[in-house]
Write a protein that binds this ligand. Sequence first.
Ligand code: PEP
Length: 253
Amino acid sequence: MSRRLLIAGNWKMNKGPTDADTLAMGLKATLSNIESVDFLVAPPSISIVDVVRRLQHTGVLVAGQDLHPEPAGAFTGAVSGEMLRNAGCTHVIVGHSERRKVFGDSNEWVGRKVHAALRSGLVPILCLGETLEERDAGQVDTVVCGQLEAGLAGLQSDQVATCILAYEPVWAIGTGRTASPEQAQEVHATIRGWLQKHHPEYVSQQVRVLYGGSVKAGNASQLLSQPDIDGALVGGASLDADSFAAIATAVQA
Ligand code: PEP
């Protein structure tokens, strides 16, 4: 089965409503004639409504960057999946390494968030990835498979089939250092192998596994031409419409 490439931009804590609208306007112009890949952007929650409005009818999907597992309640500062859905999101990033490291999201907590995303009708983009210390200690497979196991725990195969996964080696995020296409492919193949082992064949065929970690126009085509890499989750290079579009153009070329 051929999987359509997805280029996703994580704006992190950048672009308040005014700047987000300007960037969305730029994306509307630059992405409009690229039809062979899917696009998604994840603005900070305060800017989501403006971005959804600006990108209406463009086909560019909008995601939350995180969610709380509960639908509503006394959780100051948090946003639920139901709220993201109500604001017009279709997807939500879950378990990004910054959430894990800075905000202490554990594997189990990430798993609850994945359930909450599905409950609220959002596609979770579950992030996985090892630190440099873990790689140097030969623990890549153990760490990534442990994150997969906990992140997808308790889901039916039909639900797993709708999820998106993102392999983001922590040492490559925001560092300018990218995994080589071979290093990335090796872990993507491990992830697909895990899916194959735990679910019927159609699940591993269907699930898109994105690569993230300093992706830009210059390295995108080599990475995304690997057989098990189905797109990119882009941080820094997604903050400018031209550099984001250039990734898709490079991949098409
Ligand atoms: C990310 O935060 O998901 C990411 C991959 O960032 P960058 O592209 O800046 O490394």
